[in-house]
Design a protein around this ligand. Structure first.
Ligand SMILES: Cc1cc2nc3c(=O)[nH]c(=O)nc-3n(C[C@H](O)[C@H](O)[C@H](O)COP(=O)(O)OP(=O)(O)OC[C@H]3O[C@@H](n4cnc5c(N)ncnc54)[C@H](O)[C@@H]3O)c2cc1C
Length: 471
């Protein structure tokens, strides 16, 4: 039976679970905390494109939990949750371990679905974790190596065509990255980058349908056309089959085949099957929670992130929501410990950020202002690097990234091959300097206001790293 001495058990070490654990660990409390996660590394999903391209490396955006949690009070268990008994307050894992809990946090996210598309599991490459990003990178490199040795133009065309299925934010960010990156990689091998073809395949005509980023549709469409290789579109195309050599789809009542050597899948997510079995209310497979993020019939259990939703104020399945919920759960668990009532969680939606190619991004601030191009890219990466869990890790990554950005350590080839001449780079540097100067003046004149207004963007911390404020 449940005892107060049992640990707080957190299931899933993604944004919701990991941030809950880290914030609990920072509290001055000796209550044991156990985090159960099936992978040995944390995938910082918004920056997986940078892992694929090599703009950031795995230590930065795909760190080991062991390193992330070193020095914390969190007991990390790498195992797969097999079943959850809410009545007995017990969790079983596939390795046979049993965990009784005083409080439970369900943060198991969602999983990729291929909507029963024939050949999906076998031939399409998902893109939702660090491991998958690395697999896709290796596969693409392999295809380019095969292409360079292939005399047949038809075969080369197939090897050099990449189909990305799904025009949601992940599909769009992926095509934009690949349309800049692959020509560079292929040129480096001695190939002709213009032979690369990137095709975005979507069931409907509308991109970013029903997504929080839908405000950015026009900007995104322009960006996809302006890549090193312009992105091709295949819309109103319902994918019916995936093979090792391409994608079969229905369009205007006819069946067609797109030959492609790489097929990436970003089209769908399904609820975690483990949670479907629980005796609690759900909405489209997401657990229904109270505004405090507790399950209505099991107040000792919290649920957050992609696997949970609140009926009155549903939040989009984003990292931005999940990590804020994690922090709020830690605060509510503290209140329970102090015999105080739990409080409703307030989520601040501060706008959205998208990667639109190498060195190009867009920051949509409060749905009012769009900052595009390289400034948008700087804000996006600065914001996410700021969010990386664990301060020591975060500080190291941010300063490494800053050095790379300022001195272009990783990208001399990129700049030249993007068609930029040195004087254009000079203009870009001057623009970057101007962008840095404006917040510097603001920080000097109104330090408190500057901190409060821009803290979430990561800009204050970036500046503090670069130019410490005079005290
Ligand atoms: C490519 C990509 C780009 C994205 N970009 C953005 C972005 O720019 N901005 C944004 O806000 N959001 C973005 N998102 C969405 C965001 O990453 C998710 O909303 C967020 O990760 C949800 O957090 P979570 O904790 O609910 O789930 P997850 O981060 O998915 O974590 C769930 C964890 O549970 C673990 N798990 C699952 N089942 C088990 C089991 N049975 N046993 C043990 N462990 C298990 C998983 O391994 C995983 O680590 C992106 C997502 C993807 C895929």
């Amino acid at each position: 039976m449940q005892q107060a001495s049992h640990p707080i058990v957190i299931l899933g070490g993604g944004f919701a679970g990991l941030f809950t654990a880290l914030h609990l660990s920072q509290q001055n409390d000796s209550h044991p905390i156990i985090l159960i996660e099936q992978c040995d590394r944390f995938s910082f999903k918004p920056l997986l494109y940078e892992l694929l391209s090599g703009e950031l490396h795995s230590k930065q955006v795909y760190p080991r939990y062991k390193e992330l949690l070193a020095g914390s009070k969190i007991g990390f268990v790498q195992d797969t949750v097999q079943s959850i008994d809410l009545h007995q307050r017990r969790v079983n894992t596939t390795s046979g371990q049993v965990f009784d809990y005083s409080n439970l946090v369900l943060a198991l996210g969602s999983k990729t679905t291929y909507f029963n598309t024939t050949g999906g599991t076998e031939h399409a490459m998902p893109f939702t974790s660090g491991e998958q990003a690395i697999t896709l990178r290796k596969h693409l490199r392999h295809r380019l190596h095969q292409a360079i040795q292939t005399p047949s133009p038809e075969r080369r065309h197939l090897l050099l065509t990449v189909a990305v299925i799904g025009a949601g934010p992940a599909g769009i960010e992926l095509v934009c990255t690949l349309a800049d990156l692959l020509p560079i990689w292929y040129d480096e091998l001695g190939g002709d980058g213009r032979e690369i073809r990137i095709v975005l395949v979507n069931r409907s005509r509308e991109i970013l349908k029903g997504d929080v980023n839908s405000y950015l549709r026009c900007t995104v469409q322009r960006a996809m056309k302006n890549r090193v290789i312009p992105v091709d579109f295949l819309f109103d195309a319902a994918v019916t089959k995936i093979t090792s050599d391409g994608v079969e789809y229905r369009q205007n009542d006819q069946t067609h085949m797109l030959q492609a050597g790489t097929i990436a899948w970003t089209a769908g997510t399904a609820p975690n099957p483990l949670l479907m079995e629980l005796p609690v209310s759900q909405n489209r497979g997401r657990l229904l929670v109270k505004p405090t993020l507790q399950l209505p019939d099991f107040p000792e259990v919290f649920a957050a992130g992609d696997c949970a939703t609140e009926s009155d104020h549903p939040q989009p399945p984003t990292a931005q929501v999940a990590y804020q919920q994690g922090i709020a759960i830690a605060q509510n668990l503290k209140r329970i410990k102090e015999n105080k009532p739990t409080i409703p969680v307030q989520i601040q939606m501060r706008g959205t950020l998208m990667k639109l190619g190498l060195n190009e991004g867009v920051a949509n601030l409060f749905n009012k202002v769009q900052i595009k191009g390289q400034p948008g890219h700087l804000i996006r990466e600065g914001t996410y690097l700021q969010l990386l869990p664990n301060f020591a890790h975060n500080r190291k990554v941010t300063s490494e990234w800053l050095t790379d950005e300022l001195f272009q350590r990783h990208r001399p080839v990129t700049y030249m091959q993007l068609g930029q001449t040195p004087w254009l780079s000079g203009i870009a540097t001057a623009a970057a300097a101007l962008i840095l100067a404006t917040p510097l003046v603001w920080r000097a004149a109104q330090p408190m206001q500057f901190q409060q207004n821009l803290m979430w963007t990561g800009v204050p911390t970036l500046l503090d790293h670069l130019i410490p404020p005079s005290r």
